[in-house]
Design a protein. Sequence first.
Length: 162
Amino acid sequence: ADSAAAAGTGTEPPKKFPKGVVLGKDGKPCRTCTSFASWATQTKSALKASAPPKDCPPDVEQLGRSTWTLLHSIAATYPPTPTPKEQADLKSFMHLFSKLYPCWVCAEDFQAYLRKQEVRTRSRDEFGNWLCEAHNEVNRKLGKPTFDCSKWEERWRTGWKD
Ligand code: FAD
């Protein structure tokens, strides 16, 4: 989704916001959709050049890092041979997750990805690789390097081989 979203739906003319500030569906700036750097440009705060404070609401990056940690850790603890119920629970979780994710632009793109690439849950290995590919899709969209998915378990489950 376009990060310079203007989402106002009322009759008022849209307000101007600095580049990079993503608006929520209510037409107001969406903090969990916006990087701290962009967010700070619209405040009078002296924090502009610094890193986001640890005890403030998350920006899109902090939220993303924490969420990937949770999702890859779910993959790391998912059974190698899950029961049909465990597979169904994981599918439900991922679909609900994609609807509830607190950055709406991220959520809409992730829902579109799920429609294209159905979540694979038949084993830990299968889900871990599916998730790694899904994360790489976001990396590509953001212009970040992609991750070698043959290493997902070392990164998230076993630790790096010496
Ligand atoms: P992150 O991408 O957060 O990754 C954390 C760590 O995971 C990395 O340090 C690396 O060790 C490891 N890693 C990286 N890639 C992989 C991989 N493929 N498989 C396994 N491990 C990996 N941000 C936006 O600005 N726009 C969006 O549309 C957007 N959509 C998102 C959708 C989802 C579902 C999620 C969870 C996050 C989204 N984000 C989005 C946030 C974005 O993905 C990053 O989390 C954020 O930019 C911080 O990036 P980072 O460089 O710190 O590393």
